[in-house]
Design a protein around this ligand. Structure first.
Ligand code: PLP
Length: 454
């Protein structure tokens, strides 16, 4: 177990030891703040931070978030004490090189023989860059994405003033290939966005077929794997792995986005975009008379829409991947444990009289609902379980998330319910911590207990 209490002082020691060669000095601003003032402000901060959900606890199985790995904290804090800026090697030579290193590792994970890419502050910005490059390559054609794709794609189409077209999904929330054919036949689409791991359900679009259909229509393919990308490590069709074919096909896409701040164990502020063709770098060419002076090597700002970016984010990911490499035995083991938890929960839900599984999980997201005869009963029951589970004694609390579904989507999954409302909330859980996976039986039992039989 990595004990941060023992490791954190070493971040200060390491930076002090390096800085000592430049001679003693005191930071003016820090000298002006008394310990007493900091003590009071810090007490206020820690008190305010208690108004939070316990993301790190195994019984938090709600949204896709969790605290970073201790290695990421150490990497981040150590570099942050220096505060390099990865915009240019002038501002962050060491962390700039670390960023190139981790991006190369991500590219290898996806099977890109060559690549151009960088870290971003989020999956949203990473996708924005991919769609911007798509527009530069096909200025007169738009973007197609499934109706279950992240809302960022339609929003970024607005930002970029591109036409965005929704493609229908099948009964498992995956892009419908027949509808994709129809949309591409219009000739108006230059790039298809495939989502490997939708935000709502963790559905995995059929990428091999999407690549084939898109190529037949001379369209590019961008993969939004912000959430699901790291499942590539366990995409081997084994019982506790995930489907191989869609993740293997990323190697044939034009670009891919993955968020290390989701399944990569990083603090927020770490997305990534990778392009298969390094030539797309030409779209980024710009003049910057005040940077790029310290080296002829590539400066990351030269291939990024963002300017300043935390070098600490690259250091955090670099240190994490040193101890948990991008292999099945490394980070893959974390994903496998989560996947096992999701599968176990799905089995328990299939056998439950009070709750029902919404659909078979493809990754580690589990959707479920109280068994009820009408949309209103599902919605109200889900809301009550969500609220009551979070309001238990803190030592018993379970934190879930909700997801909005339609009557046709329920019908497509075999639920015959009275459509007295158009939409209903169901429950949605991300099993993204192995600790949660280890107590799935207990979590399920407690939720079942809160669910009256209807
Ligand atoms: C598939 C997908 N794309 C994009 C995003 C947006 O990423 P971010 O929240 O890092 O901006 C998310 C976030 O959940 C996502 O799941």
């Amino acid at each position: 177990m990595t004990d941060l209490r023992a490791w954190l002082p070493r971040t200060v020691d390491a930076v002090d030891a390096w800085m000592a060669q430049y001679g003693d000095f005191t930071q003016d601003v820090s000298a002006q703040v008394s310990d007493a003032a900091l003590e009071a402000a810090f007490a206020a901060l820690t008190a305010r931070l208690t108004d939070n959900y316990p993301f790190g606890h195994p019984r938090y199985v709600g949204q896709m978030l969790k605290p970073p790995h201790p290695a990421a904290v150490l990497g981040y804090v150590t570099a942050m004490l220096i505060n390099p800026n990865n915009h240019a090697l002038d501002g962050g030579p060491a962390t700039g090189r670390m960023e190139k290193d981790v991006v190369a590792r991500l590219a290898a994970m996806f099977g890109f023989p060559q690549h151009l890419g960088h870290l971003t502050s989020s999956g949203t910005i990473a996708n924005l860059e991919a769609l911007w490059v798509a527009r530069e390559i096909h200025p007169d054609r738009g973007i197609a994405y499934s109706v279950d794709a992240h809302y960022t794609h339609s929003r970024m189409c607005q930002v970029l003033r591109m036409e965005g077209t929704s493609v229908a999904v099948d009964e498992a929330g995956r892009m419908d290939l027949g509808d994709l054919e129809r949309v591409l036949a219009t000739g108006r689409v230059g790039t298809v966005v495939a989502t490997l791991g939708t935000t709502g359900l963790g559905a995995v679009d059929p990428l091999p077929q999407i690549v084939e259909i898109a190529r037949a229509h001379n369209a590019r393919v961008h993969v939004d794997a912000a959430y699901g990308g790291f499942f590539t490590l366990i995409a081997d069709d084994t019982p506790d792995g995930v489907a191989q074919a869609p993740f293997e096909a990323i190697a044939h896409a034009d670009s891919v986005v993955v968020d290390p701040h989701k399944h990569g164990l990083q603090p927020y502020g770490c997305g990534a975009v990778l392009f298969a063709d390094p030539e797309v770098g030409r779209h980024y060419v710009h003049d910057s008379p005040y940077t790029y002076f310290s080296s002829d090597e590539l400066h990351l700002g030269e291939i990024s829409l963002e300017c300043s970016r935390a070098g600490a984010a690259a250091a955090a990911l670099w240190l994490t991947l040193e101890v948990l490499p991008l292999t099945d035995d490394g980070l893959g083991q974390v994903l496998r444990a989560c996947r096992r938890g999701a599968l176990e929960w799905a089995d328990l839900l299939r056998r439950s009289d009070a709750l029902a599984l919404y659909q078979r999980p493809e990754l580690d997201l589990v959707g479920f609902l109280p068994r009820a005869a009408a949309m209103s009963g599902i919605d109200e029951g889900s809301e009550r379980i969500f609220r009551e589970a979070a309001a238990l004694d803190p030592a018993d609390q379970i934190h879930l998330a909700t997801y909005v579904v339609t009557a046709p989507a329920l019908a497509a999954r075999g639920f015959e319910v009275v459509a007295d409302r158009e939409r209903a909330r169901i429950l949605r859980s991300t099993v993204m911590k192995p600790e949660s996976a280890a107590i799935i039986g207990e979590i399920h039992g407690r939720i079942e207990h809160l669910t009256p039989l209807s």
